[in-house]
Design a protein around this ligand. Structure first.
Ligand code: SF4
Length: 257
């Protein structure tokens, strides 16, 4: 795998449910076709030229060294660190990425900084057995469907939905906090599916974040977006209340009638 060096790693994120964040990889082999917001931004800035480039990830070779410098600098201001917004820390079939992510989580936890993690890959079992792993870490997967044909079209090189849920349940059963990001949830012109079936499959998690699809041209072909997301957001809220799950509906997903 190719590598790059960066000048800085930790930064304060402007995203509504996150605090500090880091991205220790450039690109992401999952190659999501929603499309991927991170890819669009990097392409716009000229950092990545093509989709194929984006799908060939490069790890940040000096990530651990940068953390040694930056943790003491930011420690008093950090509530938690999120991995990642513009890449995937447990990228499927990318062992170098997974190995570096595990080391980064260890390093942050050893400084009493907890991590929130999100992936479309799956979590290795060894994550639960590592010394110094904080059970305050929150492990999440993205899950917007249970349909594998849909996954292959929109998240082509990611882990199967089944494997994501299985690895999350493994961590849940060992006392870790778990969560699911149901974002970007597809409109019915992309796939007709039963939200309730997806929710039932993840009823064990501590938190669900639900959000609409924003950037897809195809989604704008669906006429009843507002009614659709308002109704689904309400179903997610009610499901979470009933199952004592924390719920966060992303800004702009529910709209006034
Ligand atoms: S997993 Fe995330 S970062 Fe990777 S391509 Fe998909 S949306 Fe982009």
């Amino acid at each position: 795998m190719q590598t790059i060096e960066r000048k800085t790693l930790l930064y304060q994120s402007g995203v509504e449910y996150a605090d500090f964040c880091l991205n220790h990889v450039e690109g992401c082999s999952h190659g999501c076709r929603y499309p991927c917001y991170a890819f669009m931004m990097k392409k716009r800035c000229g950092i990545v030229k093509t989709y194929e480039d984006w799908c060939r990830p490069k790890v940040v070779s000096n990530a651990l060294k940068l953390l040694d410098k930056e943790i003491p600098k930011y420690k008093d201001r950090i509530k938690h660190v999120h991995l990642c917004f513009s890449t995937d820390p447990f990228m499927y079939n990318q062992p170098e990425v997974v190995e570096l992510s595990l080391k980064i989580i260890d390093k942050l936890n050893q400084s009493n900084i907890r991590c929130t993690v999100l992936t479309k890959g799956f979590y290795p079992k060894e994550l639960a057995d590592r010394n110094g792993q904080s059970t305050d870490n929150e492990y999440g997967v993205t899950l917007v469907s249970l349909n594998e044909d849909f996954r292959k079209e929109f998240e082509p090189n990611s882990a199967s939905f089944k494997d994501r849920i299985k690895s999350l349940k493994y961590l849940h059963d060992r006392g870790f906090k778990t969560w699911v990001s149901m974002e970007p949830y597809p409109t019915p012109n992309l796939i007709k599916q039963d939200l309730r079936g997806i929710l039932d499959a993840i009823a064990f998690v501590n938190k669900i974040i639900f959000g609409r699809l924003n950037y897809s041209v195809k989604s704008s072909e669906f006429k009843y977006t507002k009614e659709f997301y308002n109704s689904l957001a309400l179903s997610v809220i009610n499901f979470c209340k009933k199952n004592k799950i924390d719920c966060h509906i992303k800004t702009g997903t529910q709209e006034k009638k």
